[in-house]
Design a protein around this ligand. Structure first.
Ligand code: KIV
Ligand code: ZN
Length: 527
């Protein structure tokens, strides 16, 4: 590898999916993984296989279909590593990513049990041994092993160097230094990487990676400091989504290296023109809206509001723009489809937006498209993304909204009647509520004889104008697990009903997937 190449390790589907409320189904993950391959990332971290049957299945499917290095996460335990290796069995280029906690905070908090040792010193030794053993065991499945020292940002430097040295000795080919809590400052973090290069005697046998969180808004700055001091792999996510305040944002790192190539003599292989489509796809599937003023991909990133700026840009773009919108894939002109656009036109545009559309999906989405085109003259890219999001999210409809009628107004009690198709039968119920949405949700619960906790409810318009498509996102909680539902319609009350049913459908889908996997497991044990 050229020593100036920076590897991009994308963890949108693992750390990114750990964003509150971002859970993705397997089809959404596959679609994103294909788009990440088009973006040309070097590694896709597809999930944490041991953590749930659906995570396992998603990693397996991505490993089967996508020809990039596919990594799976595993704690430093044989059970985790075996599950990870099993999920990656079909990958052409599998990577097992195993990790141990190394900061005193983590050691004393997560390894408090005396079986790990009585004193901090003893526990630290146990962790070195666990890390060594984990890497050595993972190495029996594949040569490509990454080791992470969790909370390295707050780990004593001397001890961190010892752990990293042991991991490399056991066979780690990449060693990752995460700033798990987003605590460090750029100069401090950069210095940590420089010191590790000096102190770890076998460091030349592995690639140094950094993985920074954004709790102080410094994830990108810390990652760049890592590069300047010897890191050659950056772990990041699309739109910077991830645990708490998120991870370092892929698009910001890539464009910082590109735009400031006068200062950074490093490059990535990312096809920057795919950035915009990837950002839009991740936002549409996760339901996590990109803030307007977000660097590179926010709606305002290339808008010029004041007269002086507009005038300057019209005369010469360089006056106020350090990169062009086209360089990150923002189309110059708005492409509009309408009632007269045919199936081929729709398919071609969806493919340009990064979607792999099967014939079946095209048939469904074309129906939704023509329905929408009857209500709304012009259909924009964002409308198409939402139609695709709806198509892929709501694949298995156990419950389907047949009909809805709602009455509400000043000085009247809101009431709703819903008719729902459940398999081949219809159920119908009415209810009142605190508002029209509450009345609809109550009627659905009565019809299906269920009660769920609605954790969050969001409504937004997808494009502008009074006939804009409304998207409703509903998150429900059941048995300590959250399920996201989405509904779209030009009528936001109908979209709300669809979103609630969609969340219930996700719950049914999950139940079925778990039962399916259990059945398969019993079958393979019986053989
Ligand atoms: O933030 C972190 O430390 C992680 C590790 C598992 C790499 O996500
Ligand atoms: Zn992380």
């Amino acid at each position: 590898m050229n020593n100036n190449k920076i590897l991009i390790f994308d963890t949108t589907l693992r750390d990114g999916e750990q964003s509150p409320g971002a859970s993705l189904n397997i089809n959404e993950k596959l679609e994103i993984a294909h788009q990440l391959a088009r973006l040309n990332v070097d590694v896709i971290e597809a999930g944490f296989p041991i953590s749930s049957p659906t995570q396992f299945e998603a990693v397996k499917r991505i490993a089967e279909e996508v020809d990039v290095i596919i990594a799976g996460l595993a704690r430093a335990s044989e059970k985790d590593i075996k599950a990870c290796a099993d999920a990656l069995v079909s990958a052409k280029k599998p990577r097992i990513h195993t990790f141990s906690s190394t900061s005193d905070f983590h050691i004393l908090g997560k390894f408090s049990h005396p079986r790990y040792g009585n004193s901090l010193e003893e526990k630290r030794k146990t962790i070195i041994k666990m890390s060594y053993d984990a890497v050595a065991y993972a190495k029996t499945f594949t040569n490509d092993i990454e080791f992470s020292a969790e909370d390295a940002g707050r780990t004593d430097l001397g001890y961190l160097a010892e752990v990293i040295e042991a991991a490399i000795e056991a066979g780690a080919t990449t060693v990752n230094i995460p700033d798990t809590t987003g605590y460090t400052l750029p100069s401090e973090f950069g210095n940590k990487i420089a010191e590790l290069k000096k102190r770890v005697s076998n460091i030349d046998k592995a690639i140094i990676s950094v993985h920074c969180h954004d709790d102080l808004g410094l994830a990108v700055a810390n990652s760049l400091a890592g590069i300047e001091n010897g890191a050659r792999q950056i772990e990041c996510t699309v739109n910077g989504i991830g645990e708490r305040a998120g991870n370092a944002s892929l698009e910001e790192i890539v464009m910082a290296l590109k735009v400031r190539s006068d200062l950074f003599d490093y490059y990535t292989d990312i096809k920057s023109k795919e950035i915009f489509n990837t950002s839009k796809m991740v936002s549409a599937f996760t339901g996590i809206v990109v803030q307007r003023n977000k660097a590179i991909v926010g709606e305002n990133a290339f808008s010029h509001e004041s007269g002086i700026h507009q005038d300057g840009v019209l005369k010469n773009r360089d006056t106020y723009e350090i990169m062009t919108p086209e360089s990150v894939g923002i189309p110059k002109n708005k492409i509009v489809l309408g009632r007269h656009s045919g199936r081929h036109g729709l398919k071609a545009r969806l493919e340009e937006l990064g979607y792999k559309v099967s014939e079946d999906e095209l048939n469904h989405v074309y129906d939704s498209f023509t329905e929408l085109a009857d209500k709304k003259k012009e259909i924009f890219d964002d409308d198409l993304r939402i139609l695709m999001g709806d198509e892929i999210h709501n694949i298995n409809e156990f419950y389907e909204l047949e009909n809805i009628q709602v009455n509400s107004g000043t000085n009247s009690i809101p009431n709703a009647v819903v008719k729902i198709k459940v398999k081949d039968q219809f159920v119908e119920e009415a209810s009142i509520g605190d508002g029209p949405v509450d009345a609809v949700f109550n009627a659905i619960e009565r019809a299906l004889k269920i009660k769920s906790e609605v954790e969050s409810y969001q409504v937004r318009s997808v494009t502008s104008g009074r006939e804009a498509l409304g998207e409703v996102l509903v998150r429900i909680r059941s048995n300590e697990k959250s399920f996201n539902g989405r509904g779209i319609s030009t009528d936001i009350i109908e979209a709300s009903a669809k979103a609630y049913l969609s969340a219930l459908n996700q719950k049914e889908l999950y139940k079925n997937e778990v039962e399916d996997l259990k059945r398969k497991e019993n079958l393979s044990q019986a053989i």
